[in-house]
Design a protein around this ligand. Structure first.
Ligand SMILES: Nc1ncnc2c1ncn2[C@@H]1O[C@H](COP(=O)(O)OP(=O)(O)OP(=O)(O)O)[C@@H](O)[C@H]1O
Length: 274
């Protein structure tokens, strides 16, 4: 991946929105961020200040750059060799694309849950203990504690406490997704990125994950990509509406859905396209 960082603007705490609207601390400051796959530009001058300990939803029609954006926040996009970027993304004040930035630390601080649950073909216990073991934790009593705490944090403990040694593939889809969330919590991140985490779940499992997201924001900053506007309206504090790689509107969720400033946002939330 080549880094064509040209933007030298100084860190701005709140790039787009009206500062009086929201007093939360910013965890990510995205500043004039552009991204290309080869010659095709997927993100255009994205400016967003993502608040700490809140839920930020990313909405927009298929192909508008939602996944590309969220995968930029943990530098997963650089796994695609043709990707080029300009502008910058600051996480906790540090430019994550600057030379020498410790990407391993970023991926510890920033966990991710994907569209389809992807547990390892191992026991429930091992799925969760895996990350802490990689970080050098060996003592069984410590690992036991982490496994229990993470499963409780993901609201799965009561359902699986008597069968943590069983294979994770024996869980339902909704349980597997909460297991993936527990796996993410086990490495004690500060941020959780979620790329359409409920798209493969039924309404009951979806409701459980939504409830969980609400309770987790006390301890974590959450960024969630969703196709489901009702979901964004239900669980997020702020929403960014993306269209063709541009951020059209970014504001408090209640405001964006009740009183959008841009006609394109209004048309999208009214279901006129996408
Ligand atoms: N690996 C890739 N190589 C080339 N182009 C890509 C790649 N991934 C995504 N794109 C392109 O970048 C643009 C944005 O795609 P992205 O997946 O980020 O959109 P999205 O809003 O998440 O879409 P969806 O809602 O359908 O998942 C699209 O035009 C897509 O074709």
């Amino acid at each position: 991946m080549s880094l064509a960082v040209t933007n030298k603007r100084t860190f701005s705490a709140n790039a787009v929105e009206n500062k009086t609207e929201f007093a939360a601390k910013t965890i990510y400051d995205v500043d004039n961020f552009n991204l290309w796959y080869g010659n095709d530009q997927a993100l255009y001058d994205v400016n967003l200040a993502i608040p700490e300990n809140q839920v930020t939803a990313i909405i927009g029609p298929s192909g508008c750059g939602k996944s590309t954006f969220i995968k930029s926040l943990n530098r997963m996009v650089e796994l695609i060799p043709s990707v080029k970027i300009s502008g910058n993304i600051r996480y906790a004040g540090g430019d994550i694309f600057s030379p020498g930035y410790k990407v391993e630390q970023l991926r510890t601080d920033v966990g991710m849950v994907f569209q389809n649950p992807n547990p390892f073909p191992k026991s429930i216990y091992e799925n969760i203990a895996y990350g802490p073991k990689i970080h050098g934790i060996r003592k069984k009593n410590v690992l036991d504690e982490i496994v229990a705490k993470s499963l409780k944090g993901a609201a799965l403990w009561d359902e699986v406490k008597d069968r943590v040694q069983e294979n994770a593939f024996g869980l339902s889809g909704g349980q597997q997704q909460r297991l993936c969330l527990a796996r993410c919590l086990a490495i004690e991140p500060d941020v959780i990125l979620m790329d359409e985490p409920t798209s493969s779940l039924d309404p009951i499992a979806t409701a459980k994950v939504e409830e969980l997201v609400q309770s987790l924001k006390r301890d974590y900053s959450i960024v969630i990509v969703t196709h489901n506007m009702q979901q964004a309206a239900r669980i997020s504090d702020k929403t960014a509406f993306f269209l063709n790689g541009d951020v059209i509107e970014f504001s408090r969720t209640d405001k964006l859905f009740s009183n959008p400033e841009d006609k394109r946002t209004e048309d999208y939330i009214d279901g006129r396209f996408g």
